[in-house]
Design a protein around this ligand. Structure first.
Ligand code: GLC
Length: 536
């Protein structure tokens, strides 16, 4: 298969397919059981052959890994478990040579408690300038024994931790992730320098973690359900930050993708105004159940909310925080919701996989860019992680009820017959998370040899998306279809039909059947939970 072209236009990001690498679990180059940059470099040809345009790396910076690297101790250094800055530079260059752009992940809301600024703040004590870069406050109650406010955490539990001198500091996530004070000029300056640091090393884009949480109510007032504005989600002042960031990105031609979880479409679109972020993840679509009316409504509202700001939509089925698609679509409740994740939720994997295949063709045919999370192209299911191997703080902070996010972070299977399925460590060294015993069937080598595999489907679909006209950015129109069937056309007669009903569906008139996500019915009909690409 030919190497993908780096881009079709300078607006490459408007319709790119972006592959998400979770470096810890992608490939282990040095054999210690943890994925690393050496492993990624060795496996870059897999991504080029898959046919994606860009690769987003979750944080690879120096970190104590309390939250999988989202606790950054130093943005200008690569964590020794992953490699060195020199290797990151080589990786960026090697990816470019294969036509792949690199996107790094910046976590502006918080740093690690091991970051130099936080250590300095702890040592400097109450009232010091160093503490002003964070949110330190005296406690409430007679002896300051109560937290300064009642804010709920993004990870359950308290958002405040008391330090030995009696002050408390704010952390929306774990205590090891103190929140930065975004009213402080140092915080703003430092992040602009970090952006420059990575743009100067050739990255094409930056993913912005927890992008709607940075700015806080100046008085840190209590949270009252239903009272607007929320004291820390989506404050108006945040847009000022992204306007300055955009000016920096524009100097380098860099682009942003924001992690913006907001139910309000109009508030969401504000982040995508022409002088702010270029794109943001479409979590409404990610959370949407596999139901025709809900999906159609979500697609319509997505396009409607992006149109006024001229931003392209993104289509996301999963990432390193949520339940894997094949498992979610095989459950009775096919929506995603952090609040309802529980151990032992039954899933019909055959059904879920059939739907995940159809969903791949659906998302790749929609206008905008598409994210593929590592292992999605292999159809990996969510893995059950034994209790004593779970590492995710979300599990521990839930008091053990939430299984956490490790089930979608299991090291990838590359070779069916090799130890750790070719992930990397020699026999006797276990990967950092255990791999299920029956994953040989998902291994890359086995799927490459199977014309009916998920990997073959993705490779074929991505090649068609690149070579056929009509995909990517541009208009789409719904066409009449039976109940439970979604059908739409793109330019040049391209048509996508997805059958979410329980009955076989008749395909609209066409001159060519470009691709179908599963076997067709003997009578030429499209079976349930199957999608097809046609040329009219
Ligand atoms: C984002 C990341 C998630 C992380 C959190 C805190 O939601 O995707 O993995 O735990 O931010 O940084």
């Amino acid at each position: 298969m030919a190497a993908p072209s780096p881009s079709r236009t300078s607006d490459w990001w408007r319709d790119a397919v972006i592959y998400q690498v979770y470096p810890r679990s992608f490939a282990d180059g040095d054999g210690d059981g943890t994925g690393d940059l050496a492993g990624v470099r060795a496996r870059l040809p897999h991504l080029a052959a898959l046919g994606v345009d860009a690769v987003w790396f979750t944080p690879w910076y120096d970190s104590p890994m309390v939250d999988g690297g989202y606790d950054v101790a130093d943005y200008r250094a690569v964590d020794p478990a992953f490699g060195t800055l020199d290797e990151a530079e080589k990786l960026i260059a090697e990816a470019a040579a294969l036509g792949l752009r690199v996107i790094v992940d910046i976590v502006p809301n918080h740093v690690s408690d091991q970051h130099a600024w936080f250590r300095e703040a702890l040592a400097a004590g109450p009232g010091s300038a160093a503490r002003e870069r964070f949110h330190f406050r005296p406690g409430r109650g007679e002896r300051g024994e109560l937290p300064p406010n009642d804010w709920p955490s993004q990870f359950s539990g308290s958002t405040w931790t008391r330090v030995p001198d009696g002050e408390w500091y704010l952390h929306l996530f774990t205590p090891e992730q103190p929140d930065l004070n975004w009213s402080h000029p140092d915080v703003r300056r430092e992040h602009e320098e970090v952006l420059r640091f990575w743009f100067e090393r050739g990255v094409a884009g930056v993913r912005v973690d927890s992008a709607a949480l940075l700015t806080k109510d100046p008085d840190l007032r209590d949270f009252t359900e239903g009272v607007d504005p929320h004291p820390y989600i989506d404050l108006d002042e945040i847009h000022d930050v992204y306007r300055s960031w955009r000016a920096v990105a524009d100097e380098y031609g860099g682009v942003f993708v924001g992690e913006v979880w907001l139910p309000d479409a109009e508030r969401f679109a504000r982040y995508l105004r022409p002088d702010e972020l270029h794109t943001a993840f479409n979590f409404t679509f990610l959370a949407c159940p596999w139901e025709p009316d809900r999906l159609r409504a979500t697609i319509d509202s997505t396009l409607a909310e992006h149109a006024p700001v001229h931003a392209p939509a993104t289509w996301v089925l999963c990432n390193h925080d949520v339940t894997r698609t094949a498992t979610r679509y095989g459950r009775a409740d096919t929506a995603f919701d952090f609040a309802t994740k529980r151990f032992g939720t039954p899933a019909d994997l055959e059904l879920g996989t059939r739907r995940a295949r159809a969903a791949a063709l659906l998302t790749l045919a929609l206008p905008g860019s598409v994210y593929v999370y590592q292992g999605e192209e292999l159809g990996l299911p969510e893995a059950d992680i034994p209790l004593d191997r779970i590492q995710d703080p979300m599990h521990f902070r839930s008091g053990g009820t939430d299984p956490g996010r490790d089930g979608c972070r299991v090291p990838l299977p590359w070779e069916a017959e090799a130890p750790s399925y070719g992930f990397g460590p020699p026999p006797g060294t276990e990967p950092w998370l255990p791999q299920p015993a029956d994953w040989a069937r998902y291994a890359v080598d086995r799927q490459l040899a199977d014309p009916g595999s998920m990997l073959t489907l993705y490779r074929t679909a991505l090649e068609l998306r690149r070579t056929e006209r009509g995909f990517g950015d541009g208009p789409m129109d719904w066409i009449p279809a039976a109940d439970g069937v979604l059908a739409f056309t793109r330019d040049h007669g391209l048509t996508c039909v997805v059958n979410l009903s329980a009955e076989p569906a008749t395909l609209p008139p066409h001159t060519a059947l470009l691709l179908v996500s599963g076997p067709m019915g003997a009578d030429g009909t499209l079976p349930p939970d199957t999608a097809a690409w046609l040329r009219a």
